[in-house]
Ligand binder design. Structure first.
Ligand code: 2RA
Length: 340
């Protein structure tokens, strides 16, 4: 016996990936519902070798459904997640709406799987921000060995994090650079993204950081350890899919780079590709479609007593969103609902 699962936002980039990954990982589904807004009604989406017609979210009755994976914006989530939760359907939400709610667990299954057991307060579990998810997968095994004091991270985030319109903007703007008269002005982003980088993701806060950078701080503290000090600079880069991060870590005690590499090699969800030679590291184009969080460039930071630098790359639509949500569903099933 399996689960009755709804995917909310089934026609978006993340919603489609959720359906793909539920099928790829043979999640025990008895029945699947692809839900979308009225304007997308009837759109066909793939679920493994099946084709689903989207149903109207506004008309959908969540009673009797086990789980709903939400991949819609915070405003729509605010309207529909409580309805699903009240009907007894556990919501796994990819928006930022509930991530910082003390009554809602924020979960990365490789890091804090036990946290799913706190779902029942609101019948909601939150998925972290994509740039946080891959980073904490790398931090957790090292933190368990040598207790992290401080993290300095710079991100290089792909445009798919901003949605389909941003993917189109990068594509059209790049083409327009080569065809006179077909220049494409910035629309999704405040400045040109083709052949450029933009040090601004989400809104600016009073202290000069951006909300994306604040999310990495707040979510790392909630998922891993509230005592970790973290500072982030989040940058948008002209890459279609795959977020990259340069991570500097200061520990309470010395951790040798070789031991760090061995620990990461054994850690769940991680693939270490780390050779000090041409091509001995992972780049975003190589992570697309993969489940893994890739780690390269592991090396001592000689400027501080107990420091390690590393490079972290992962598919932001998968580990950064859809895969993590499906993994939460798997853990919820194994630890709590116990069907399938
Ligand atoms: C981004 N992390 O990359 C944000 C939301 N997906 O745009």
């Amino acid at each position: 016996m399996g689960y009755r699962v709804a995917v909310v936002g089934a026609t978006g980039n993340v919603g489609r990936e959720m359906l793909n990954i539920l099928a790829e990982r043979h999640f025990p589904v008895d029945e699947i519902a692809a839900l979308a807004s009225r304007r997308s009604l009837g759109t066909e989406v793939s679920f493994g070798d099946k084709t689903l017609k989207t149903q109207d979210l506004a008309q959908f009755d969540f009673s009797g459904w086990d789980m709903a994976l939400f991949a819609i914006g915070s405003d729509a989530t605010k309207e529909y997640a409580p309805k699903a939760a009240k009907a007894g359907c556990v919501v796994i939400d990819n928006s930022s709406l509930y991530r910082y709610d003390p009554d809602v667990p924020l979960v990365v299954p490789e890091v804090n799987p036990e946290a799913v057991e706190g779902y029942s307060k609101k019948n909601i579990i939150a998925n972290p921000n994509c740039s946080t998810a891959q980073m904490v997968v790398a931090l957790k095994p090292l933190h368990d060995r040598a207790k992290i004091k401080r993290v300095v991270v710079s991100t290089y985030q792909s445009v798919s994090g901003s949605g389909k319109e941003a993917i189109d903007e990068l594509w059209d703007q790049t083409k327009g650079m080569y065809v006179p008269g077909q220049e494409v002005a910035p629309k999704v982003y405040p400045k040109q993204i083709a052949f450029n980088v933009i040090p601004h993701i989400d809104v600016f806060l009073d202290d000069g950081s951006t909300k994306e950078e604040w999310k990495m701080v707040a979510e790392t503290k909630k998922i891993v350890d509230p005592n970790i000090k973290l500072t982030a600079t989040c940058v948008r880069v002209p890459v279609f899919v795959g977020h990259s991060e340069a991570i500097n870590i200061e520990f309470e005690e010395f951790l040798d780079e070789d031991e760090a590499r061995d620990i990461l090699r054994e850690a769940p969800g991680i693939m270490v590709v780390d050779k000090r030679e041409d091509g001995g590291y992972v780049t975003p184009v190589e992570c697309v479609g993969d489940f893994a969080t890739f780690i390269s460039r592991i090396r001592q930071d000689p400027t501080i007593e107990n420091g390690i630098n590393l490079w972290c790359v992962s598919d932001n639509l998968r580990k950064g969103a859809a895969l993590n949500a499906v993994q939460i569903a798997e853990v919820l099933g194994q630890r709590v609902l116990k069907k399938g």
